[in-house]
Design a protein around this ligand. Structure first.
Ligand SMILES: O=C(O)c1ccccc1N[C@@H]1O[C@H](COP(=O)(O)O)[C@@H](O)[C@H]1O
Length: 225
């Protein structure tokens, strides 16, 4: 399966275009007011048609209530909901029942103990996303540009596809993909010149580096087989 590359936290026509032109498979929009990448609904409505089937549209929320989710879905018709808060298995089941959209649940990882909750989430989510567990005093649960120990995911066997995030950048994506064998990668801070300000050149570099990592990993595995 080709590596899925997701560029998250897009908020301008120019950088969204850069991500799409460079071949991003998914583009993410953040709906979480404390984030420097937060989008208001009118802006989401404006950007959404630009994606027009060129990539999967992902709406990122953090413990959003039904009314908030409903407004976001009406405004941008996402293909996937990224749930990046403390949503329980029961809440995910309810969101799927209410809105009929696939869900990617983010799991914060710092130690092996953080993987204990995986079976429950894997049973209900369509995808999992492993991100660095945020510090207790963080103002947001992700988008902090901090990696975790990828070796914790080595030899992970899951029934659902999983993606990797947390401090990824063009310079470390090769190691990240080779160690975790993730089916997808998700970046926000690593393609920004400052928090919330995406850089078209960094987006292109990241996607190029992710594709190169994918090619080199394929070479290794086909050699071993
Ligand atoms: O991007 C944000 O501001 C954000 C806010 C709240 C929850 C998640 C957020 N972003 C996601 O966090 C990870 C890691 O991002 P980074 O590359 O380390 O900055 C990624 O999945 C983003 O989608």
């Amino acid at each position: 399966m080709p590596l899925i590359v997701k560029i998250c936290g897009l908020s301008t026509i120019e950088t969204l275009d850069a991500a799409l032109q460079a071949g991003a498979d998914m583009v993410g929009f953040v709906f979480f007011p404390p984030s420097p990448r937060h989008l208001e609904l009118p802006r989401a409505r404006e950007l959404s048609p630009q994606v027009r089937g060129r990539a999967g549209k992902v709406a990122l929320t953090v413990d959003a209530d039904d009314a908030t989710l409903s407004g976001i879905i009406e405004a941008m018709r996402p293909d996937l909901l990224q749930l990046h808060g403390k949503e329980t298995v029961a809440r995910i089941r309810e969101i799927k029942r209410l809105f009929g959209l696939p869900v990617m649940k983010a799991i914060g990882v710092e130690t092996a103990a953080d993987l204990a909750e995986l079976p429950g989430y894997a049973a209900v989510a369509d995808r999992l996303l492993f991100d660095a567990r945020p510090p207790k005093d963080a103002t947001r649960p992700g988008g902090l540009g901090v990696p975790f120990d990828w070796r914790l995911l080595e030899n992970l066997s899951l029934e659902v596809p999983f993606m990797l995030s947390g401090g990824l950048a063009a310079g470390n994506i090769h190691d990240a993909v080779c160690i975790t064998r993730a089916g997808g990668v998700d970046v926000s801070s690593g393609v920004e010149s400052s928090p919330g300000v995406k850089d078209a050149g960094m987006i292109r570099d990241f996607i190029r580096a992710a594709r190169a990592a994918e090619t080199s990993l394929r070479g290794v595995t086909s050699h071993v087989e």
